[in-house]
Design a protein around this ligand. Structure first.
Ligand SMILES: C[S@@+](CC[C@H](N)C(=O)[O-])C[C@H]1O[C@@H](n2cnc3c(N)ncnc32)[C@H](O)[C@@H]1O
Length: 296
């Protein structure tokens, strides 16, 4: 069989098994091709001619075993290959962390830049709920003078983040801290506090497709209405932001509820390519007590 033949077979199998997509790729074709290329150790940017490559019997068997894990076993592709890509960067991942797919990748740096007093002078950033460390690393790459505090409650997740921070040679600028939201922040104020928290309402988590339930529950469950952590983070951020600093949060499907509760803080919602517009920015000045009083 050729590689292209296996790809067509895999696409049929994806449809038959009705697997969920969205962690590694949006289309079965793309995820299947990715898994075949990775299994054979071929470059991910191989041209169309690779489809005609003949497979040996052992290669074909190896690919079959990978699709068995993915389709019958419902193991997410990224946990099979132990990698995920975000913003053109490669991250180590395993079952201890959420598979990176944050909408922040569309927003950092271009869309966020104009909201910062001077991106070149951003010196302190907190990435709360850092998971694999992917967003802290993206931020460190963009804000070259910044030092980052990457915080997570999960010691397991921080082990994964440590691997990624080392691989991207950022140990000198990204500090990993364990604790609840901003509790471990060591003092001083941030130019930016960014957070992709768990935001699925608890009742939705058990109804997620099996692939998604393979991810740590701690990374998904945002409490009864999905905003439990968001609510606490908004409360903590005022005292930890510089006067012209910004808080940026991804809220998933919680935008309407967020606006009802925090509309008085005048959040700016960023546009995302799929129209979900679920990342907002709040300026530190809006978080000041005067605004909080205006609400009550
Ligand atoms: C949605 S994942 C985001 C991971 C990563 N930032 C990303 O975008 O891929 C949420 C992360 O929040 C962490 N977390 C959950 N509750 C937390 C809390 N109270 N304080 C800090 N981190 C928490 C989880 O362990 C998980 O790694």
């Amino acid at each position: 069989m050729t590689l292209g033949g296996w790809l067509r077979r895999a696409e049929r199998l994806y449809a038959k098994h009705g697997v969920a997509l969205g962690q590694t790729a949006a289309l079965a074709h793309d995820e299947a091709l990715y898994l075949i290329l990775r299994t054979l150790g071929l470059p991910l940017d191989s041209g169309p001619s690779v489809l005609g490559r003949k497979l040996s019997a052992p290669e074909s068997a190896e690919i079959g075993a990978v699709f068995d894990r993915r389709l019958a076993g419902r193991v997410p592709a990224a946990y099979i290959t132990r990698e995920a890509w975000l913003g053109g960067m490669r991250f180590y991942v395993d079952e201890r962390v959420l598979i990176p797919r944050s909408y922040f990748v569309e927003i950092i740096p271009e869309q966020a830049g104009p909201w910062l007093p001077d991106p070149a002078r951003v010196t302190r950033i907190a990435d709360v709920c850092t998971g694999s460390g992917c967003l802290a690393i993206l931020l460190a790459r963009h804000f070259k003078k910044a030092r980052l505090d990457a915080i997570d409650l999960s010691a397991d997740a921080l082990e994964v983040a440590k691997v990624n921070v080392r691989r991207h040679k950022l140990s000198g600028r990204v500090r990993l801290l364990r604790g609840d939201l901003l509790d471990p922040a060591p003092g001083g104020r941030y130019d930016m506090i960014l957070c992709n928290p768990p935001y699925e309402p608890t009742a939705h988590v058990d109804a997620l497709p099996e692939e998604f339930r393979r991810e740590p529950r701690l990374a998904l469950d945002g409490g009864p209405d999905g905003l439990a952590l968001v609510r606490r983070l908004v409360g903590q951020s005022a005292r930890l932001l510089k006067p012209r600093g910004v808080l940026m949060i991804e809220v998933g499907g919680g935008r309407d509820a967020f606006d009802r509760e925090f509309g008085h803080l005048e959040p700016h919602w960023f546009q995302t390519m799929d129209g979900s517009d679920c990342v907002c920015l709040i300026q530190a000045a809006r978080l000041a007590p005067r605004h909080a009083r205006a609400r009550s």
